[in-house]
Ligand binder design. Structure first.
Ligand code: UDX
Length: 465
């Protein structure tokens, strides 16, 4: 919304939320999320044509176009538990919009939602809306965190789905006229509602599938002595495949990939397509396998036990340049190590201690509910978890170091100093292929790097998931 305000000075944008503290943060000097370039954009427009407010109903009443980006958590109980999206918040938003509206509106589905949600929303709105006309559009967002502003300034495409009626077409054109103020015509794709909704799930499923494919190969590389970097480079030079998104890792995380694939799986099952559901489910299974394979490597290398050993965790965010920890592989890796009674000392340049502690005891899928609806309890492993603000502090007297996020600063650390302050033998487990293995081995480390030829030490200590 901030980018729309920046690129369209004649449009007034009001971002509304029921959370007072969140809106206060958006109105302050310290924005509630870390995203490179966002501060600048907000500063340029806030108070001019960009506003943040808790007066939800007033601003919805005044708006011509309402973008809805409420949470759509994975259901944890009832029909479709563990897979289907819980649309409670969406339904409440739709009812509220219908209640307060006194003029025709375009309602834009911005949260990623399962196919055919727009139809359900349309029903709720038209049955509650007296004589007012609503047009529902689906306008899925493809930005990635850490590069959000650049992705919005220069997207590969903008997708707008709507009803194939004259009114639907008119609504599509209205939204198109917003984006066309900075995005070339040819990059704005228009489709029917269902295609737009399904395209978002499909794009994320394809992206996640690439990572699971290269991660599956990384296990085979370790087994055979191939180097996954060389393999993915060779594969990616085929122009039909392309070089991006082929980095082997400890696993993908983030708020979208797993959730969207689970939704896709559920939709396949509901449509009587169990084989197709099983096909996509495998992308998640390989991701889980990759995380437990990593933990097993750590435990097996350290004489089959990490009990009471200090393990430094460098990086907790699900990728670099963000403080976001939703579904980060670091959660499962830390839980695995804590399950084996390790002491973990965590450093991430952008994630707070409070967030890490909450992530380590929260139930699966809890993160997607508003914070005041998340269960409160005390972390059981708390005494074995410490969060520190410096990589050297985290690694001091540690037996092993796990690199779980590819922050640039981890490449530039003084590994000689780290080695000197660690217990011996000193291990580095690189879950993101960021360190120079040869240099670290020269210093004296035993190094494991995903999908790379194994250290002789590790060859003698095989780990199976
Ligand atoms: C993703 C999609 O890219 C975006 O289009 C969509 O709108 C939202 O979901 P995001 O979750 O922000 O974006 O991050 P992304 O860059 O896609 O990374 C997801 C995960 O995959 C991260 O944990 C990342 O580290 C991992 N990843 C990515 C790999 O392990 N290897 C790769 O080669 C690329």
């Amino acid at each position: 919304m901030a980018v729309i305000a920046l690129k369209c000075p004649s449009i007034e944008v009001v971002v509304v939320d029921i959370s007072k503290s969140r809106i206060a943060a958006w109105n302050s000097d310290k924005l509630p999320i870390y995203e490179p370039g966002l501060d600048d954009v907000v500063k340029k427009c806030r108070g001019k044509n960009l506003f943040f407010s808790t007066e939800v109903e007033k601003h919805v009443y005044e708006a011509d176009i309402v973008f809805v980006s409420v949470n759509t958590p994975t259901k944890t109980r009832g029909l479709g538990a563990g897979k289907a999206a819980d649309l409670t918040y969406w339904e409440n938003a739709a009812r509220m919009i219908a209640d307060v509206s006194k003029s025709d509106k375009i309602v834009v589905e911005k949260s990623t939602v399962p196919v055919k949600t727009a139809e359900a929303i349309e029903k709720i709105m038209t049955h509650n809306a007296k004589s007012i006309k609503f047009q529902i559009l689906s306008n899925p967002e493809f930005l990635a965190e850490g590069t959000a502003i650049q992705d919005l300034f220069n997207p590969d495409r903008v997708l707008i789905g709507g009803r194939e009626t004259p009114e639907g077409e008119k609504a599509i054109q209205t939204l198109k006229s917003v984006y066309s103020q900075w995005i070339p015509e040819g990059k704005i794709l228009t489709t029917n509602l269902w295609s737009a909704e399904l395209s978002k799930l499909a794009a994320n499923a394809f992206l996640a599938q690439r990572i699971s494919s290269v991660n599956a190969l990384s296990a085979l590389c370790e087994g055979t002595g191939a180097n996954v970097n060389q393999v993915s480079y060779a594969v990616g030079t085929d122009t039909r495949i392309g070089p991006k998104f082929l980095n082997a890792s400890v696993g993908f995380g983030g708020s979208c990939f797993q959730k969207d694939i689970l939704n896709l799986v559920y939709i396949c099952e509901c449509n009587g397509l169990p084989e197709v559901a099983e096909y996509w489910k495998q992308v998640i299974k390989i991701n889980d396998y990759q995380k437990s394979r990593f933990v097993n490597r750590v435990v097996a290398s350290m004489f089959n036990t990490v009990a009471n050993k200090k393990i430094a965790i460098l990086g907790f965010a699900f990728k670099k340049d963000t403080g976001d920890t939703r579904e980060t592989p670091a959660i499962d890796v830390c839980k695995g190590l804590l399950g084996d009674k390790a002491r973990v000392s965590i450093f991430d340049p952008q994630v707070t201690e409070d967030q890490i502690q909450r992530d380590l005891w929260m139930n699966k899928f809890d993160w997607d509910h508003p914070i005041h609806l998340q269960p409160t309890s005390t972390p059981s492993n708390e005494k074995n978890v410490s969060v520190v603000w410096d990589a050297y502090e985290a690694t001091k007297d540690a037996d092993g170091v796990c690199i779980l996020t590819e922050w640039d600063e981890f490449k530039k650390l003084d590994y000689q100093k780290i080695y000197d302050n660690m217990r011996k033998p000193a291990f580095v487990f690189d879950g993101r292929n960021v360190v120079d293995c040869d240099k670290l081995r020269e210093i004296g480390f035993i190094v494991y790097s995903i999908g790379k030829p194994l250290d002789p030490w590790l060859k003698d200590m095989p780990a199976v998931a």
